[in-house]
Design a binder for this molecule. Structure first.
Ligand code: FDA
Length: 310
């Protein structure tokens, strides 16, 4: 994870229409194209194929049909209908029933009530699924948790939420969700945040992550330790062993295309590992967040564009 200045740089690049155009033209067009390292494809069929391969290696998966920040109710409705088709495709394919989605994809920026209605439409169809609400920037934290709590109280129990260790508020939010008995995915946080709401230094984010992780392992309901950071993973293993927390009581999660070696090594040690598989045509913002996390990825993309453009 980079510091906030670097995140800010990639945030700026992510808003460049020219860059988006170049990336969209070259990023996915061939099986070897550079964006395919992180994104399973643009169609649900490609995502299901990736999910099958992941499951064949003994890993679990969650599918994310990419999209965020829709600006009209019509777009939100279209995204919801797309998600309903994804649900049907997952059922037909017989793969693990687990989805991750973003509330701004369902219209949160346009109208909160419509976004909740859209989410309910998906939850009703996705009976026997587990649906995780991804966490977006801190601007949405309170609203996302509020919606999550409302649905939980209305007895939607096949849902979980994400908390970001970089935010100052997260220790309190964790207690809120632990008290409900709901599942938390713990991440470090992928968004550029002001120092008033988030730790600017990576060392402080890492320390908060380790604290929260121990708390969730001890008191949380089936927490998801979502990180590629080997030091955090080792600490989770050490703490779970020390506290006699069985390997079945939590899972590790990692992103598609990142540290596949670590994913399979954990499975071979008997841990549960879930791979987050993003797909769909709206992959650019997700892709830019992955670049922002690791400068070395930029070189790999520039080489990819040069190869593709030849
Ligand atoms: P850190 O950034 O310290 O990286 C540790 C090591 O992992 C690096 O040294 C490198 O080896 C490897 N690594 C990390 N990122 C890489 C990359 N992009 N490319 C190549 N290698 C990389 N965030 C959020 O704000 N809301 C959300 O809902 C989610 N959801 C989510 C789900 C899952 C399953 C995961 C794993 C992550 C998220 N995230 C997220 C992203 C998260 O906040 C964070 O930005 C990334 O996981 C990177 O942080 P790490 O914990 O891996 O540690």
């Amino acid at each position: 994870m980079l510091d906030n200045a670097s995140k800010a740089f990639f945030h700026l690049l992510a808003r460049s229409a020219t860059l988006k155009k170049i990336a969209s033209r070259y990023g996915m067009r061939r099986p070897s194209s550079f964006a395919r390292r992180f994104i399973a494809g643009e169609t649900v069929e490609e995502a299901i194929e990736a999910a099958r391969q992941v499951e064949a290696s003994g890993l679990l998966q969650t599918l994310d049909y990419l999209g965020e920040s829709v600006a009209t109710l019509k777009e939100a409705d279209a995204a919801t209908r797309d998600y309903l088709r994804v649900v049907d495709a997952i059922i037909n394919a017989g793969i693990g029933r687990n989805l991750s989605l973003k509330l701004t994809q369902l219209g949160l920026d346009v109208d909160r009530a419509s976004a909740v209605d859209n989410l309910r439409r998906i939850l009703e169809r996705a009976d026997k699924f587990f649906v995780r609400l991804d966490m977006e920037s801190s601007h949405y934290t309170e609203t996302t948790l509020g919606i999550f709590e409302t649905l939980w109280q209305q007895n939607y129990r096949n849902i979980g939420v994400v908390l970001q260790a970089d935010l100052h508020r997260t220790e309190q939010d964790a207690e809120r969700i632990i008290a409900l008995g709901a599942r938390i995915r713990l991440v470090k946080g992928a968004y550029r945040e002001p120092a008033t709401v988030a730790y600017p230094k990576k060392a402080d984010v890492d320390a908060a992550y380790a604290r929260l992780m121990r708390r969730l392992l001890l008191e949380g309901t089936y927490p998801a330790i979502a990180t590629h950071d080997e030091a955090m993973i080792r600490e989770a293993q050490r703490y779970a062993a020390e506290q006699h927390i069985a390997k079945e009581r939590f899972e590790f999660q990692m992103l598609y295309g990142i540290r596949r070696d670590l994913q399979t090594s954990l499975v071979s040690q008997g841990y549960r590992v879930r791979v987050y598989i993003p797909f769909g045509r709206q992959w650019f913002p997700y892709f830019m967040r992955r670049l922002g996390e690791r400068p070395a990825n930029v070189g790999f993309v520039v080489r990819g564009i040069a190869d593709e453009a030849r």
